[in-house]
Ligand binder design. Structure first.
Ligand code: HEM
Length: 364
């Protein structure tokens, strides 16, 4: 359910085992009236509760011909399909426009410029975010479409990504593969204790207790160049075996990598500039983030090459943890030759509302 329960204070779509599809959209507020923001969050919340239950958000077929449907109808008969919609608030919600600065979550601030950024302004930022994930792509799309429709006049759409083939693993899920053909999510956060320690905010976060921060990056992959790379180099880039997913220091998929083991890549079995060597918590002061990414494709680019990549979505109790890891990756990751960060956003994800209430109620 969308609303908080005794056992769960957090919104869905975070700890929820990743569904197969995702539609992500950001919005900028068009109105500067605080009540318009409040009404939008309340209407979205009520609608999301309906959608997650597999219901429409109003009539599809009005009783007389001059009526316009409240729900667009394309998800009728498809059921809930494990839908979750996660609502995020960008830094702009707490600027001078709405008088909410005193409620600003302690760690919410735009992600600073990072090495190897290639950001497109039209794919960056946003005052609000919606992440809809479901096992049926049409259910996820319908949710975003109808929620965007409700926002018309109050907020304008900014950027969106359609994700498929979850590229992250939750607890008890087999590890899927990203478009580079490697298993993604092997060493993701899976234990409840790690969710408490690294993802959710504690009581000292005030109204945000039970909430978290969402960092998203649209990362283009130069697929043709990657596909021409020899297998030994592909494995060196990640520090893992391609098919089995085992670390190059030996063992099987879930064997803990040994970053000190001697070998052929800059003196180590796992190259010190391999993606996992630079990203692992052992080499980042123990910091972990929850990754919940999806593959995406936008068809072909202007050169007739595949336009595809990773919609990277991550949750953490301080966005500085993303910044810290990405600062190291951006400077030296062997993966950089094949990828480009083109979109970015950071959002505070409030806790789930109490039944009958709405996301962000504490702000108003
Ligand atoms: C691990 C792929 C971007 C953080 C991995 C793994 C793969 C992978 C295949 C190894 C399996 C696993 O443990 O999940 C990619 C691709 C990316 C990308 C294809 C971009 C297109 C990022 C970014 C970050 C990140 C932007 C964060 C700033 C991590 C972390 C790990 C990891 C923390 C776990 C390392 C460990 O503990 O061993 N990634 N990744 N990745 N990645 Fe990425």
């Amino acid at each position: 359910p969308f609303y908080a329960t005794a056992a769960r204070q957090t919104q869905g779509g975070i700890e929820t085992p990743p569904q197969r599809y995702c539609v992500f959209m950001t919005f900028d507020m068009a109105s500067t009236l605080t009540t318009d923001l409040q009404v939008l969050l309340a209407r979205w919340s009520a609608a999301i509760a309906q959608l997650q239950a597999g219901k429409t958000i109003g009539t599809v077929e009005p009783s007389h011909g001059a009526g316009v449907g409240a729900d667009t109808g394309e998800a009728l008969d498809l059921g809930p399909a494990s839908l979750t919609v996660t609502v995020g608030l960008g830094p702009g919600i707490f600027d001078e426009r709405f008088g909410l600065a005193k409620h600003k979550p302690a760690h919410l601030a735009a992600i600073p410029a990072l090495p190897s950024d290639n950001l497109d302004a039209s794919l960056t930022g946003g005052d609000l975010s919606l992440q809809a994930c479901a096992d049926d792509p049409q259910v996820a799309y319908h949710a975003i479409r109808d929620l965007a429709r409700m926002a018309r006049g109050t907020a304008t759409v900014k950027w969106t990504v359609l994700g498929f083939g979850r590229a992250s693993a939750g607890a008890n899920q087999s590890t899927p593969r990203n478009l580079m053909g490697f298993k993604d999510g092997t060493r993701n956060i899976k234990e409840p204790a790690d969710f408490s320690k690294f993802v959710y905010l504690k009581d000292d976060a005030g109204w945000m207790a039970g909430g978290t921060y969402q960092v998203v990056r649209k990362i283009e992959i130069n697929i043709e160049i990657w596909d021409a790379d020899v297998i030994s180099d592909q494995q060196r880039v990640f520090g893992r075996d391609k098919v089995a997913g085992a670390p190059l220091s030996g063992g099987t998929e879930f064997t803990t990598p040994n970053f000190h083991k001697a070998g052929d890549f800059n003196g180590r079995a796992i190259d010190p500039t391999a993606h996992i060597a630079l990203a692992a918590h052992e080499n980042n002061d123990g910091v972990k983030i929850l990754r919940r990414s999806y593959n995406y494709t936008d068809g072909l680019n202007q050169y007739g090459q595949l336009d595809a990549g990773l919609f990277f979505a991550a949750y953490m109790n301080d966005p500085e943890h993303f910044t810290r890891i990405q600062t190291r990756l951006g400077a030296s990751d062997r993966l950089n030759e094949y990828i480009s960060h083109i979109g970015s956003g950071v959002f505070a994800v409030p806790p789930a509302p109490r039944s009958g209430s709405y996301v962000g109620e504490a702000l108003f």
